[in-house]
Design a protein around this ligand. Structure first.
Ligand code: GDP
Ligand code: MG
Length: 720
């Protein structure tokens, strides 16, 4: 045998057992990265003990159409990276749907080996799958596997090596697995001859893609305009004949062909009520009525565990740093005679900054374990299924619910929970909108405004939450109508995988990967930002010299100077003084800092504690700084403006793109600004102020926003 490296591409539907098989194949030798520009994880590894056999794990997909980023990546890899063999893992309990991808893979002209996974479940349920028959119908090797139990894994490797070397006795390159109806086959044959000369391989694949009018698939093939025209005429004719669009024709006929394959090769065990176990569970779990109480109970449990336990662990870690490590290091540095600024920088800037990041980690781990379990069991797909109809109207996916719910506790894990949303547009939108939900740290701001400014009015806090959800919906609708987020023209197929017992290894691995990458990446951003802001808050330019100042002199700090400049920006929102601006800026460290900063400015000892315990008379000085309207505007701006550095770090981590991170931050700023602007400027009119230029601008902004909200979706209508 030739000793050259063999590239094995691992492809399959989501939940078919790809990750499990990949881990079995590679042991622990895996490299996890990201596909350039997207958040989809890229895994590559070599087969245990065989450095020359490289396995590339591709994103889970249902088809090779270029609609979702997952499909585009997988297809791009298969077409351009020349794998030697495709190991296609299929879920034998859902063979019909899985073969939809398999038949497309087989058209590519690359050797395919099919791993018939979940065979243990099929046997347990008494289903009879004739894998020999399947082998001859598909024209490729079919190996029965149980990735979970490790069965058939070695056989897959052996067969892949044979197939890669062109020695697989079962692989028939040019076999037509799915023969379509006569008009389609005729059209395909004609198209094939038209493009045939230029493309030596993949005749059938290209012909089918051309028939589907898949421009991207043909991009690399030089075709004379006259031929293109001929092809278009062939397609038009066929569409007229069959009275459907070409893509739908192929989809429907492919399923018919697959049905013929499965009918002769599978015999499903008779079940009392003809339902699999999963279907029986789903009868209750996705029931028209019961779905909701069950959902509420499960989410309440997740929320309770993640948030309540999470907040406690956060306090605990904060305690280790604030009461333990910081005083200790401070003592050392002071004893060693270190300069005051150095002590401050190390203790408050660096250790404080790192502590702020690390305090999120325990609750993130708790959350990811819970999410991992829900994902692995298969309940996450049900959540999307139950909530999709509601959320989709607002341009969000049903799975956006979890990030937002978690976001009421803290945006950081909320944003990271968006990982479970496969669709890239939906995921980005969820990441952008999640920070608008008031997190736990924004509560003191709401409490200050409700308690000290509005004299304890009961309705302010609920209104703040209502506004949060309202903002998410408005923002979702507006974004969805823009080109960037416009709905996906491909039909939305809701996949409900069978329920599984979660595998400890899977959950542990995904939790570790997610948490560690957060610590690594977000840690650097937060650390750097905290140091810079610490510096700005603790230094002043006095007599032309940079001097370190005491907390009480915060009004002289560089940050306060910056606040004065920013004051011009915030003036139209009603809080133009440097105080409000500075508090808003320090809110970037953590939203609690907003109140603490006011405390420092107005010399109130422990302002945050006073607010949290409801002693509003103690913070009257802060309240006097505002009018009711300007306080409300201030609260709104702080609820919706870009989140703290930790959350920004999470956004960067999840967007995995500098451009998108800045887009999210910029968007949140503009959104918050316009909303507060409209509320404040139109509000002052009601207090009897004269109509000014700013009022005019507010009216224009309001009209513009309403237009963006209610305009008809232009051009292509989309399925939603
Ligand atoms: P992926 O989405 O394709 O990566 O699928 P995973 O590898 O995450 O598997 C989904 C679930 O199916 C996990 O809970 C696995 O433990 C389970 N699983 C995977 N392969 C098998 C198998 O052959 N038999 C059984 N019983 N469970 C499996
Ligand atoms: Mg996986």
């Amino acid at each position: 045998m030739v000793q050259k490296g063999i590239k094995i591409a691992l492809a399959g539907n989501p939940n078919s057992g790809k990750t499990t098989l990949f881990n079995k194949l590679t042991g622990s030798h895996q490299h996890i990265g990201n596909w350039p520009g997207v958040t989809i994880e890229k895994k590559e590894g070599s087969i245990k003990g065989r450095k020359d056999l490289i396995v590339q794990d591709l994103p889970g997909i249902y088809s090779l159409s270029p609609y979702t980023p997952e499909e585009e990546i997988s297809r791009g890899y298969l077409l351009n990276e020349n794998p030697d063999v495709i190991l296609n893992i299929v879920d034998s309990s859902n063979l019909e749907r899985n073969l939809y991808l398999t038949t497309q893979l087989l058209e590519l002209g690359v050797p395919v080996v099919v791993a018939l996974n979940f065979i243990d479940i099929a046997r347990r349920d008494g289903d009879k799958i004739d894998s020999k028959k399947l082998e001859s119908l598909l024209g490729c090797s079919v190996i029965e596997t149980s990735a979970l139990k490790g069965e058939g894994v070695d056989a897959c490797v052996e067969r892949c090596i044979l197939a890669a070397n062109g020695e697989d006795p079962h692989y028939e390159r040019d076999k037509i697995r799915t023969s379509f109806s006569a008009p389609v086959e005729n059209a395909l044959r004609e198209i094939e001859t038209l493009i045939g000369k230029t493309a030596k391989e993949r005749h059938r694949w290209l012909a089918v893609k051309a028939f589907e009018r898949d421009e991207k698939a043909l991009a690399g093939i030089p075709l004379a305009p006259s031929r293109k025209k001929q092809i278009a005429e062939i397609i038009d004719r066929c569409e007229k004949d069959l009275d459907d669009d070409s893509e739908s024709i192929i989809t429907a006929e492919r399923y018919t062909a697959i049905k013929a394959i499965t009918e002769t090769s599978i015999e499903r065990a008779k079940r009392q009520d003809n339902l699999s176990k999963s279907d029986r569970i789903d009868k209750i779990v996705t029931h028209r009525f019961w779905a909701y109480p069950i959902f509420i109970v499960i989410m309440a449990a997740v929320y309770y565990i993640a948030i309540s336990l999470g907040i406690n662990t956060q306090d605990m870690v904060d305690g280790w740093f604030g009461d333990g490590l910081i005083p200790l290091v401070q003592g050392w540095l002071e004893n060693a005679g270190a300069a005051e600024w150095l002590t401050g920088l190390v203790c408050d800037g660096i250790i404080g900054g790192v502590g702020a990041v690390l305090s999120f980690v325990p609750q993130m781990i708790i959350l990811f374990v819970l999410l991992g379990i829900m994902e692995d069991i298969g309940y996450m797909a049900r959540i999307a299924f139950i909530l999709d109809r509601l959320f989709r109207r607002f341009g969000l996916s049903g799975k956006s619910f979890i990030p937002m719910l978690i976001g009421t506790g803290c945006s950081v894990p909320g944003i990271m929970a968006s990982r479970t949303i496969e669709n890239q547009r939906d995921r980005r939108m969820t990441i952008i909108n999640t920070p608008m939900i008031p997190c736990g740290a924004k509560l003191p701001i709401i409490a200050l405004v409700a308690g000290a400014v509005f004299g304890g009015a009961w309705w302010v806090a609920p209104l703040a939450y209502f506004l949060g959800f309202f903002a998410v919906i408005v923002s979702g609708i507006i974004l969805k109508k823009t080109k960037m987020f416009r709905g996906d023209p491909s039909p939305f197929v809701m996949e409900l995988p069978s329920y599984h017992i979660p595998a400890v290894g899977n959950v542990a691995r995904s939790t570790w990967e997610r948490s560690w990458s957060f610590i690594k990446r977000a840690g650097t951003i937060i650390l750097l930002s905290s140091i810079v802001l610490w510096f700005l808050l603790h230094f002043a330019v006095i007599d032309g010299r940079l001097t370190m100042i005491e907390d009480e002199m915060i009004a002289d700090s560089i940050a306060a100077k910056v606040g004065t400049v920013l004051g011009f920006i915030f003036a139209p929102l009603g809080f133009g003084g440097w105080q409000g601006s500075l508090a808003t800026v320090t809110g970037l460290i953590a939203k609690e800092e907003v109140i603490s900063t006011f405390g420092v400015i107005f010399r109130i000892e422990d302002a945050l504690g006073l607010v949290e315990e409801g002693h509003y008379e103690g913070v009257a000085a802060i309240a006097q700084h505002f009018t009711k309207l300007s306080a409300f505007s201030f609260m709104m701006f702080n609820l919706f403006c870009p989140p703290c550095f930790a959350a920004m770090g999470a956004i960067k981590r999840e967007m995995n793109s500098v451009k998108w991170t800045w887009f999210a931050i910029g968007y949140l700023f503009v959104f918050a600004y316009i909303l507060s602007f409209i509320v404040y400027q139109i509000g002052v009119l009601f207090t009897g102020a004269a109509f000014t230029v700013l009022s005019g601008v507010a009216v224009i902004l309001l009209t513009g926003s309403l237009y963006l909200l209610f305009r008809k979706q232009s051009e292509k209508t989309t399925l939603s």
